[in-house]
Design a protein around this ligand. Structure first.
Ligand SMILES: *Cc1c(COP(=O)(O)O)cnc(C)c1O
Length: 417
């Protein structure tokens, strides 16, 4: 069960005391790992039942070219997805190029001039520019304090849409009262209940990135109207090569689809090329692989805590997303950590991650992850903006042992600075 299962005298560059620590940590989190297995199993049954209910057949797995008219596979995938996420309708498309794009279609497709949108003061970096594009189109954007979202959301009768982020993103600490920054499905339920008392009409959109299948329920079951996310994160199961999704109330998803393609076309066309097989199989694998990633996150949390680093969430905290923040405190340490994670990658393990600018992000970002799919973060990866307090966001790991290896390498690299 433990790191003794490494082949003889390997991983060679890892000091013996770190191997020892890894073993202890793994032993101490057993109870928690069992709970993760239970959740993964429930979610797996939920997904496979959706396949059965929709009668998925071999021919659904083949893609179309050109317009993609009458693409039965695409339509079946949308229906399976809708069931798995408790949605009236879903839009799962390779033409949604990223999570940001899916989110933008969900939001922009459902707003018009004169509308009022509430957004977090610190949304995920790539969404900043999406929200900044709205005021010139006559949409009022009001920011709320994301750290106090549970106490005060400035909702009024005039609010048209509220945007909530389930995952913590790159934010570091817990809020002032010590509660975690991510919003669990239970948090969302309370929050949405409060909102509905003040304004029953407002459309509630949840950024579900990194949240899919982490808990037993999804945000739509907690009363949200629309969710969106990326297929190179949780729900693509590590094998979807690209894509995003939007799911929720039928009419809102239709509007999002018309933003993606064109009014009158919506979700009716869109070639699926070679993707359907990996989209279906990715969804099928996702609950289990999200469980593996979660186990890795729990392990990493206790491992780095025992090494003296501040981590968030703690290993025993309730989880609603896959991100583990490790506060490294110095640029050089952050780079060393990233090097170690990269060394564990199956691909490009010999490469040294260097900070660079990336579209949509303000600060320089360092990204590590020898992933099979570029930027895929259900695979073991970490990224961090190069700014104090130099926090690495560690996520993914398609298999728990891979994350253990990443942690061992990262800790070994940290010893050298
Ligand atoms: C990753 C992420 C996004 C954006 O997704 P991309 O695919 O990187 O565009 C948005 N919100 C959150 C919380 C994310 O984690």
């Amino acid at each position: 069960m433990t790191t003794h299962s490494f082949p003889e005298s390997w991983p060679s560059s890892v000091p013996a005391d770190l191997l020892q620590l890894a073993e202890e940590v793994e032993r101490d989190i057993q109870e928690k790992l069992r709970r993760v297995d239970q959740i993964a199993r429930k979610n797996f049954y939920r997904v496979i039942r959706s396949f059965h209910q929709e009668g998925i057949k071999e021919f659904h797995l083949h893609g179309t070219a050109g317009y993609g008219l009458f693409d039965a596979g695409r339509e079946a995938l949308d229906r399976v997805w809708a069931r798995a996420f408790a949605a009236e309708k879903a839009l799962v498309r390779l033409q949604l190029v990223s999570g940001t794009h899916a989110m933008a279609c969900a939001v922009l497709g459902n707003l018009k001039p004169g509308d009022q949108l509430l957004v977090p003061d610190e949304p995920y970096e790539t969404l900043q520019k999406v929200f900044l594009s709205l005021p010139p189109q006559g949409i009022t954007v009001t920011r709320y304090d994301a750290d106090r979202v549970r106490e005060s959301l400035p909702v009024s009768r005039e609010t048209t849409m509220i945007f909530l982020q389930r995952s913590r993103g790159y934010r570091w600490s817990a809020d002032s009262s010590g509660r975690p920054l991510s919003l669990s499905v239970q948090d969302l339920r309370h929050l949405i209940g409060d909102v509905r008392e003040k304004n029953p009409e407002a459309v509630i959109v949840v950024d579900n990135c990194y949240g899919e299948f982490v808990e037993e329920e999804e945000p739509l079951e907690a009363g949200a109207d629309l969710i969106a996310g990326s297929l190179i994160k949780n729900p693509g199961g590590g094998i979807a090569p690209t894509g995003g999704y939007v799911a929720g109330k039928a009419e809102l998803v239709t509007k999002a689809s018309e933003r993606l393609t064109a009014p009158g076309i919506g979700s009716e066309i869109g070639a699926t090329l070679d993707c359907p097989r990996s989209f279906f199989q990715g969804l099928f694998l996702s609950p289990f692989l999200v469980g593996e990633a979660l186990k890795g996150g729990i392990f990493a949390s206790l491992f780095f805590q025992r090494l003296g680093f501040e981590v968030s969430p703690g290993w025993d905290d309730h989880r609603t997303d896959l991100i583990l923040a490790v506060k490294l405190g110095a640029r050089e340490k952050l780079l060393a950590f990233s090097r170690g994670i990269q060394m564990a990658g199956a691909v490009d393990s010999q490469v040294t991650p260097v900070p660079s600018s990336i579209a949509g992000y303000d600060d320089e970002i360092v990204m590590a992850g020898g992933t099979f799919i570029q930027g895929a973060s259900l695979e073991l990866s970490c990224d961090a903006p190069l700014r104090p307090p130099f926090v690495a966001s560690l996520q993914g790991g398609l298999f728990f042992p891979h994350t253990i290896l990443g942690c061992l390498y990262a800790a070994s690299q940290l010893r050298k600075v």
